[in-house]
Design a protein around this ligand. Structure first.
Ligand code: ZN
Length: 619
């Protein structure tokens, strides 16, 4: 056994899967998917083959031509990070280049959130969606769940006909089911005979560009869409107002795609659609190719949500075209994307806005270094993740320290040379999965002598923030930080000073205030600017953290409401942490426990796990 990835049972001596053909029957009443999958390997293979699964039932493994059974075994224990090892024994007498597996998911699948009708906007129909990053695709179908293994796939999604399905793949057709198609006649538990029931419809998809498994994505529900550009539709639940607001918020998307193409080369994925999910979506956005998944909290009514779209768009080049080989090199995805996002923002919204984003990121990076002060490994760019759950060490470090590293290289060689370097980097490694060493070798080859100017080892393997990192400067940024410093001396900003502030200005201001301020100051700030009622969650959550630290119990009702209405981990993590961290917090800890018990079912399984680990650490 030669492992390829600390988070996968994939064996580097086995051939990798190149294509998977999936037939999936969605059974909403039992929150289960019954599936048949045809796997194609890069070369014929006999003997053992390792796949990743998590909470899947494996029914049969068969040779596709003869339907002869292939022996298989599941490891008797479930690794709490990697899941359950599925080992196939492909026949020794005739090597196979394909095999068939029938399986069922479980209602506790870590990638899937099943929403009952009351949990949706319209309250009429159920909804289900995936979030496969980092290592959750294995809870939807068995696979070599490592970004080192890029796959193409096709999919028949059999769903109730009143619903529709979208995928981060090319939509081929919506049509009546065909008996026995895609090995659906082999589905377990009688679902083979239900495949062609008159209440069902098949949505057919094809993904002919090789993707890492974590970019596999679908959503099924009552969906509608609006056209917002020549290659962009925005989708969401077909509920009053949501689609209209989303279409307005993201009207500038085509502009950003063109800027991206100018900077990084052709957009290779044909469509750039956006799917706005229910509020329980655990991330701001997920860069699923062809169709980005978004939290509704990015719809702020002033087009500022475009920044998250800029980030997910930038992933079309960095992350999706070039992918980290495993999660230890996650900075290659996120550091590059944060850099690329800010270049797009600068081109579309101007220098001041880009510098503000860098400033917010700088603040965030410093806080994360503090968060990991007892676990410095995760302040490195290249990390050792043996035995580590990527969801629990998820942080801003790969984003912001990665950004700082690339920005440092840009300052060294100059922007025009760096732009050329990035274009060449993308063209050289597109549709490949690479590691930090590959990047550094390419850098040294294309910027000769760079290792004498920048300590590349310190940047990629050292802890903390290198001294040649850089806090940004601009009039607006400096003004906001100095106003925050004056608050410490008792002065609140005047109304004329904040008259044209948007969410990001407030966010930066609040994040630069000291952690602990007097309760009276918190009340005074809110009395004047009503930050606790802001409909911009970045502002509201930054303010509520301040209120919790100052023990302003009057705001706890708003804290509870916020924790119950959104499931985005960017908000859950700091609010739950503020409630339970530290001593003398008995009332707050009881509140956190009660709210989590009540809100638990509204959170995606990944978010449930993250909140559980915060509570376990401090309670
Ligand atoms: Zn990202």
């Amino acid at each position: 056994m030669a492992p390829l990835d600390p988070h996968s049972f994939t064996d580097s001596t086995h051939p990798l899967t190149t294509h998977i053909a999936l037939s999936l029957y969605f059974d909403f009443p039992s929150a289960t998917i019954h599936g048949a999958a045809l796997f194609t390997l890069s070369s014929p293979h006999s003997g053992p083959l390792s796949l990743d699964t998590r909470s899947l039932s494996i029914h049969r493994v068969l040779s596709p031509s003869t339907l002869y059974p292939i022996p298989f075994s599941l490891s008797p224990f479930c690794d709490h990070i990697k899941g359950t090892h599925l080992s196939l024994s492909l026949p020794n007498d005739a090597a196979l280049s394909s095999f068939l597996i029938t399986f069922s998911t479980s209602p506790s699948s870590s990638a899937l959130q099943w929403l009952s009708p009351p949990q949706t906007f319209n309250k009429k129909h159920p909804f289900v969606y995936t979030q496969c990053q980092s290592i959750h695709a294995r809870s939807v179908f068995p696979c070599q769940d490592t970004p080192a293994a890029r796959i193409r796939y096709s999919a028949f999604l059999n769903v109730p006909r009143e619903l529709s399905a979208v995928m981060s793949a090319r939509h081929v057709d919506r049509r009546l089911p065909v008996s026995g198609e895609g090995y659906s006649n082999l589905l377990p538990n009688g679902f083979n005979s239900l495949w062609c029931s008159e209440t069902r419809v098949v949505e057919e998809f094809d993904m002919n560009q090789p993707i890492p498994p974590y970019l596999f994505a679908f959503a099924v529900g009552e969906l509608g869409f609006r056209e917002v550009g020549p290659r962009t539709r925005v989708y969401s639940e077909a509920a009053d107002g949501v689609l209209e607001a989303a279409a307005k918020e993201f009207a500038g998307t085509e502009d950003m795609i063109r800027q991206g193409e100018k900077l990084f080369g052709d957009y290779e994925w044909e469509r750039f659609d956006l799917l706005v999910l229910p509020p329980s979506f655990p991330y701001g956005g997920m860069e699923n190719p062809r169709m980005v998944f978004l939290t509704p909290t990015v719809i702020k009514g002033n087009a500022s949500g475009a920044q998250v779209v800029a980030h997910e768009l930038a992933h079309s080049w960095t992350g999706n075209l070039i992918t980290n080989k495993n999660n230890e090199h996650f900075w290659l995805n996120e550091g590059f994307t944060t850099y690329a996002e800010r270049r797009i923002v600068q081109a579309v919204q101007g220098e001041d806005r880009a510098v503000l984003n860098i400033g917010i990121g700088w603040r965030g990076l410093n806080e994360e270094i503090e968060r990991f002060k007892d676990n410095l490994e995760f302040t490195k760019l290249k990390t050792n993740q043996e035995g580590v759950d990527p969801d629990t060490v998820y942080s801003q470090v790969p984003y912001e320290k990665g950004f700082q590293f690339l920005w440092r290289i840009e300052r060294q060689i100059g922007r025009p040379a760096f732009d050329e370097f990035v274009k060449k980097y993308i063209a050289t490694f597109k549709f490949k999965s690479i590691d930090t060493e590959t990047f550094l070798d390419f850098l040294k080859a294309n910027a000769p002598g760079i290792e004498k100017e920048i300590d590349l080892v310190l940047w990629t393997e050292g802890t903390g923030i290198p001294s040649d990192a850089y806090e940004p400067v601009s009039n607006l940024y400096t003004k906001i930080v100095s106003l925050a410093n004056e608050f410490k001396l008792g002065r609140m900003p005047r109304e004329d000073e904040v008259a044209d502030w948007q969410g990001q200005e407030w966010e930066l201001y609040l994040e630069n205030l000291p952690k602990v301020v007097e309760a009276s100051q918190v009340f005074a700030l809110d009395a004047r600017y009503r930050l606790s009622e802001s409909n911009d969650y970045e502002v509201k959550v930054a303010f509520l953290q301040l209120a919790i630290f100052a023990k302003c119990r009057d705001f706890y009702g708003e804290v509870e409401k916020t924790l119950k209405e959104v499931g985005r981990m960017k908000y859950l993590r700091p609010l739950y942490t503020a409630l339970v961290q530290g001593i003398g917090k008995e009332e707050e800890k009881i509140l956190a426990k009660r709210v989590f018990a009540e809100a638990h079912d509204c959170y995606h399984p990944i978010a449930q796990g993250v909140v559980e680990s915060i509570l376990a650490k401090h309670l």
